[in-house]
Design a protein around this ligand. Sequence first.
Ligand SMILES: *Cc1c(COP(=O)(O)O)cnc(C)c1O
Length: 383
Amino acid sequence: MKRNLLLTPGPTKVPPQLCAVLGQPIIHHRTPEFQDNLKTVVQGLKDIIQTKNDVYLLASSGTGGMEAAVVNILSPGDTAIAVDSGKFGERWVDLCRTYQANTIVHKVPWGKAPTAADIKKLLAAHPEAKAVYITLVETSTGVVTDVKSIGEVIKHSKALLVVDAVSGLAVEDLQADAWAVDMVVSGSHKGLMLPPGVAFISASSKAIAMINACPTPRLYFDLREAKKALDKTDTPFTPAIGIIIAMVESLRMIKHRGLQNSFKHFAHLAEGTRAGCKAIGMELFPDPACASIALTAVKVPAGIDGEQLTKAMRDTHGISIAGGQDQLKGKIIRIAHMGAVEESDILVGLECLEKVLQDMGHTFARGASLTAAQKAFNTAAKV
Ligand SMILES: *Cc1c(COP(=O)(O)O)cnc(C)c1O
């Protein structure tokens, strides 16, 4: 069987323990047995979101959770501030515009993060804003946002702070309650090591008040219904039963390692990956001051086509990494180290990267990335 190693920023590699659970026969969801699983999952999600707020589960990809965070808050003409620092920030903009909000777009250059000072100014200029939409890890550029400092400038305003944490959750620290985050959106297929199919969203009491007051028509993503159901340990529609049951185990694995240890683990993988890339002439794309530990985005060497590079790695060698999107197409590659990725996966990925780069005519000392990554892995703090 051909190798199929996912080093992509979603979906991510599903470890064998979770595949085994996913392979179980399905059970019915209106049963005490499923309710036990649902209860455990909701509590486990609260633990990784670091919140006491409600967490609603939706059967959708991550974007469904983002849509719920818009359609339940905004009505046509309402003002919303959307931070656009890459592909996923753009999605907030598209969603706000789709629902005809007066969308104030805060453009941030790709590779940089928004600052609390910028958000403070925007809020002062638009005090009527109902929500500020930001992204924890902008997966298209490899940037992490300083949510804590942004929370500080929003918490005393009437606006909600809504964070897309689809690719950042359980990888980067996100203390929803301590940092005054009103809504956190995430999904099953990144840090949680599962297939796509479950999105989830937390809601503070400030958010719940806005959800209840929002007149926008909605049905499938109506969080008022999700709350009613959750209060009875239920879901309004058929949930993604198999994934939720497997999430009991994925959350147990995360809890077993501990959140703080997880953050250290991903920082360690990022360090090794970056050292390896640097050793073969590939520089980090984002500003190092805001580079996320969830993935490494590096510039492709001059004269090399990044699209061809990722295609050859996948088609010839069975290792999937991501390329650049839009203006970065062909110019960067992105190696994810979130979820179940381990040191050995990074070493295999770097070896394959070297092989393909060499075939494409890039000159470098063969083996240099592996030596550099191993050195970083051996010296960085062990978890
Ligand atoms: C993956 C991802 C999403 C969700 O994408 P879906 O394809 O809808 O699951 C949203 N935001 C970020 C930052 C992501 O990385």
